[in-house]
Design a protein around this ligand. Structure first.
Ligand SMILES: *Cc1c(COP(=O)(O)O)cnc(C)c1O
Length: 422
């Protein structure tokens, strides 16, 4: 154990970690582009962009320059009653690239709170109109975060066990496939008729935490259409899918029916600082306007629209629209496709799927999602100098858009080696 690891163990409590059985956390001292460096000088390709955040590369110099300028100008200001340039410019830049019906931007700090805000907005939207609607619909095995509303909507039970009896009312539908689509539609209609449904919250086309489960835009559109016909608000959780990963700026662009609310975080601030946004339509915003204060949205986080975080997000959006980044996205998408051709018939590969720079494969082995074998596979990759975090028997790659060919080869090579040794 290194000194940093010993000191880490003394006072730190890590997320998603059973400290009695988990191995030590690895100290990372530096990151640049697609590469992480540990305290012994060993380097690793960041194959999952540090949980889908650092898409333009770690410590991106363009963003760094913008942050430095902002830090020297205005660090923090209360966002109730005050405003500032970076938040205004960011709202304009976001509205410019978000689906056409989005008009308003509300700030919070992380993906969970972005969804929490969206759920509260949906519930209060009906409350303000004098309608009581108390049910949310969500996909089975979706993931929307760890605060109570977001957690209630999440279907991954390992996260939720001790809290389930405190949840808000959530009804679930299965992720649609060619086979089950008519059943899912029927079940959605039944839920809507039998309950007072306020909103449907969904990860559009890719369920990140649920092992990168993917589904068809056409199917999702059918579900969204039913909800819209019944006045159920649509909340697209684009915390993972946002900012180019699926090949478009937002996954919602693949559908014809556009969401009423969109949650954004993760790549929004490019791995630099935490921030989140919930966007919504003019109609939602208007339902909160009144001469009495009671109809206002009384939700605030102290660091709402922090100017430094806003300047990071703004720089990120400029990068996202640059030729260099767009070419990076296309190139990685094509490289994934090539790699997929090479391995999808491998006897140790059960199935593969891809959307944009998101590539996932299921191993043809039985294993426990949090079992020992998961660590062996994780360690295999780390030994190869590649940081990937398998989700059960699923290996997925979601590299920064600036990952070079050589670095991609290293990632693919490490997967091939794993397949050959299983
Ligand atoms: C990560 C994630 C969240 C939660 O975001 P945090 O910033 O970790 O709170 C919510 N929804 C999706 C789809 C995510 O991938």
């Amino acid at each position: 154990m290194s000194t940093l690891q010993e000191r880490d163990k003394k006072h730190l409590w890590h997320p998603l970690t059973q400290h009695q059985i988990h191995p030590e956390a690895l100290p990372i001292v530096k990151a640049k582009g697609a590469v992480l460096y540990d305290d012994e000088g060993k380097s690793y390709i960041d194959g999952i962009s540090s949980w889908y955040t650092a898409m333009y590369g770690h410590c991106n110099p363009y963003i760094l320059e913008k942050v430095k300028q902002q830090m020297e100008t205005l660090d923090q200001i209360v966002f109730a009653g005050f405003t500032h340039g970076p938040a205004i410019e960011l709202s304009e830049a976001l509205i410019d690239i978000l689906p056409d019906n989005q008009q308003k931007i509300f700030f919070s700090d992380n993906g969970s709170t972005a969804n929490e805000v969206a759920i509260k907005m949906a519930l209060q939207y009906f409350f303000n109109r004098g309608e009581k609607r108390n049910t949310i619909i969500a996909f089975e095995d979706g993931f929307h975060g760890d605060t109570f509303g977001a957690m209630s909507a999440s279907g991954l039970s390992v996260y939720n066990g001790p809290f389930e009896e405190f949840f808000i009312d959530v009804k679930r539908v299965a992720v649609p496939t060619d086979k089950n689509i008519s059943e899912v539609l029927a079940s959605l209609k039944t839920i809507i008729t039998e309950n007072e449904v306020a909103a449907f919250i969904y990860e559009p086309l890719v369920q990140g935490a649920n092992a990168m489960t993917m589904f068809e835009a056409e199917h999702l559109d059918q579900l969204l259409r039913v909800c819209r016909e019944h006045g159920v608000l649509l909340i697209a959780d684009e915390v993972m899918t946002g900012f180019g990963k699926t090949g478009k700026h937002f996954a919602s662009e693949y559908m014809q029916v556009q969401p009423d609310l969109i949650s954004l975080s993760k790549a929004l601030t490019a791995g630099f600082v935490p921030m989140a946004v919930t966007s919504c339509t003019q109609a939602i915003y208007d339902a909160f306007l009144d001469n009495s204060i009671g109809k206002a949205f009384f939700h605030a986080h102290t660091y709402s629209a922090n100017p430094i975080a806003c300047s990071v997000a703004l720089a990120g959006i400029i990068l996202l629209q640059s030729d260099e980044i767009q070419q990076g996205i296309e190139h990685i998408t094509a490289r994934h496709r090539e790699f997929d051709q090479k391995i999808k018939e491998h006897p140790r590969v059960r199935s593969t799927r891809q959307m944009g720079v998101i590539y996932a494969l299921d191993l043809e082995i039985e294993m426990d999602r949090y079992g020992k074998q998961r660590y062996e596979i994780f360690n295999h990759f780390m030994d190869q100098g590649v940081a990937l975090r398998p989700l059960g028997n699923t290996i997925y790659v979601l590299p920064p858009y600036v990952t070079t060919d050589e670095q991609l080869n290293k990632v693919y090579g490490s997967i091939l080696k794993l397949l050959d040794k299983l």
